[in-house]
Design a protein around this ligand. Structure first.
Ligand code: HEM
Length: 132
């Protein structure tokens, strides 16, 4: 008997579904909180990172091809516009990427997939820069 075709795996599947996205987001904000080299980017976030963690988790769920939780709650992400209240220059962008690179590094992802994700995050990070 023929096996049914396997649907193409999404990035959401490859990262480990809901649990995998939580693992990445939790580690990302933990690093932002702890790394001295992330001080400037940590400073522009609220004192508690809980709300940021929840929103980023919901956004990534849909962005990676899983349930579009963020869109269901808040509509179109409009990331550039939603970051305008925060002063984001090259320093903040680079520090954000330090946390994301390290968090991705620790997820045990296949290296090609990890490289593609890192590239996609750095393009998005570039897009929310709003000052020199
Ligand atoms: C370039 C570096 C970045 C900095 C400095 C930055 C900073 C911030 C800050 C300060 C907030 C508000 C947090 C809060 O209200 O709790 C925020 C919200 C958010 N960020 Fe970023 N961000 C960066 C890049 C990114 C990237 C690359 C993504 C997506 C891949 C992203 C996705 C989000 C989302 C979904 C929110 C919630 C927006 C909302 O609904 O209010 N950010 N970011």
């Amino acid at each position: 008997m023929q096996t049914p075709p396997t649907p193409a795996q999404t990035a959401y599947d490859l990262i480990g579904g809901e649990a995998g996205v939580h693992r990445l987001v939790d580690r990302f904000y933990q690093l932002m909180d702890e790394l001295p080299e992330a001080f400037a980017v940590r400073k522009i976030h609220p004192e508690s990172l809980e709300g940021s963690n929840a929103l980023f988790f919901e956004f990534l769920s849909g962005w990676l091809g899983g349930p579009p939780l963020y869109e269901q709650k808040k509509g179109h992400p409009m990331l550039r516009r939603r970051h305008l209240p925060y002063v984001i220059g090259p320093v903040e962008r680079d520090q954000w990427m330090v946390c994301m690179r390290q968090a991705l590094e620790e997820q045990g992802l296949e290296s090609g997939f990890k490289a593609r994700l890192t590239q996609a995050f750095s393009e998005m990070a570039e897009r929310v820069v709003n000052t020199d």
